[in-house]
Design a protein around this ligand. Structure first.
Ligand code: MRU
Length: 344
């Protein structure tokens, strides 16, 4: 396969490499993903993460394995193992569905390579289109709050919500970004803070429980977040803590926007209650671990609740900013996300 490079994925010497997002920002470390077991491990440990990116990484690996001579039946098994690596972000399943159709072709090796490269290229365009649509909603002098990481690290392009924010900044409309640290895995404190710093966008990091008081002091003009899956009724699964921000924004009369590509839509999922929510290890809550070291503060054997995502009901969302444009609550009520009237 041709050489390829995005912020956090590379293909070189016919091998997939991922930028270790658990090591950032202290270390910029590229890890090889030579096979399914290695990539599944990178995905489960969130070395590679973000809804669009895991779908792209899995698709590129499928193509590379085909080029290395893996048989059609073996590739079919690999595809299902990759599909099961994380349950919530539907981009993984949507991308692998396309790879499965390529695998069914007679010339499956070239078909898989072409499809994987197409998915990467498309993702860049989707991000640009989201940024263009979303930036129009940003008012001059805005102080925007974001959660988790939705930037170039999580996509092949400029990102989703963070792409909107950085476009708004380039257009001179963003005064400052409030970055939720995003416990337990600190995607905001480690990754979004790093990305905004690299982009030169002014930001201030807050603990997740500080958003309410900032909103009460009228320090937040809008909330922008990404999505892992959008159900047919407009409910959105995203990083744990998103729902509480939506409730807070609603109470304070602050617009709350979802930015996502159409590859995050799941018209087969009727509402948020049908979205599978990944449960993660207790150790992520009883302490922290990363390139900065490891610490445990809770007593041994503490019982923990650790869902990776929560569901924000459509009623709390001001707009769904997709690559195809801005979808309004009225359009969602009219069923725009349902199969028969897909926006795709
Ligand atoms: O567990 P993560 O870090 O993969 O969760 C990521 C998120 O929740 C993002 O908001 C979402 O995937 C959108 S990324 C463009």
């Amino acid at each position: 396969m041709q050489t390829l490079s995005t912020t956090s994925l590379q293909v070189r010497d016919n091998q997939l490499w991922i930028l270790d997002q658990q090591a950032l920002p202290q270390q910029k470390k590229w890890c090889p993903a030579p096979g399914v077991a290695e990539l599944v491990d990178h995905i489960k440990t969130l070395r590679v993460r973000g809804a669009p990116l895991i779908g792209l990484a899995a698709s590129l690996l499928m193509a590379l394995l085909a080029e290395k001579g893996m048989s059609k039946p073996e590739l079919a098994v690999a595809l299902e193992v990759l599909r099961a690596s994380r349950p919530t972000a539907v981009n993984l399943m949507n991308n692998l569905d396309r790879m499965k159709r390529a695998l069914a072709q007679e010339n499956f090796i070239s078909a898989l390579t072409a499809e994987a490269l197409r998915l990467v290229d498309e993702d860049k365009t989707l991000c640009d289109n989201i940024a263009a649509s979303g930036a129009k909603l940003i008012k001059p002098g805005s102080r925007l709050l974001t959660h988790c990481n939705t930037g170039g690290l999580a996509t092949a392009g400029v990102g989703t919500a963070l792409g909107v924010i950085s476009r708004g900044w380039q257009e001179g409309k963003v005064e400052q970004v409030w970055v939720d640290e995003t416990r337990p895995l600190l995607q905001g404190g480690r990754l979004t803070a790093w990305e905004l710093g690299e982009l030169g966008v002014p930001y201030r990091l807050i603990c997740d429980n500080m958003a309410a008081s900032l909103m009460a002091q009228q320090q937040v003009d809008a909330v922008w977040v990404g999505a892992d899956r959008i159900a047919a009724n407009g409910d959105v699964a995203n990083k744990i803590g998103t729902y509480s921000l939506a409730v807070l924004a609603h109470y304070h009369g602050i617009p709350f926007y979802i930015a996502a590509p159409h590859t995050t839509l799941d018209p087969t999922c009727p509402d948020g209650s049908a979205i599978p929510i990944e449960q993660r290890a207790a150790s992520e809550v009883t302490g922290v671990a990363g390139s900065f070291g490891e610490v445990q503060w809770a007593p041994e054997n503490t019982q923990v609740y650790n869902p990776a995502f929560d569901v924000t009901p459509a009623a709390l969302i001001s707009g769904w900013v997709l690559d195809t444009g801005v979808v309004t609550p009225a359009q969602v009520n009219d069923g725009i996300f349902k199969i028969s009237q897909s926006v795709v």
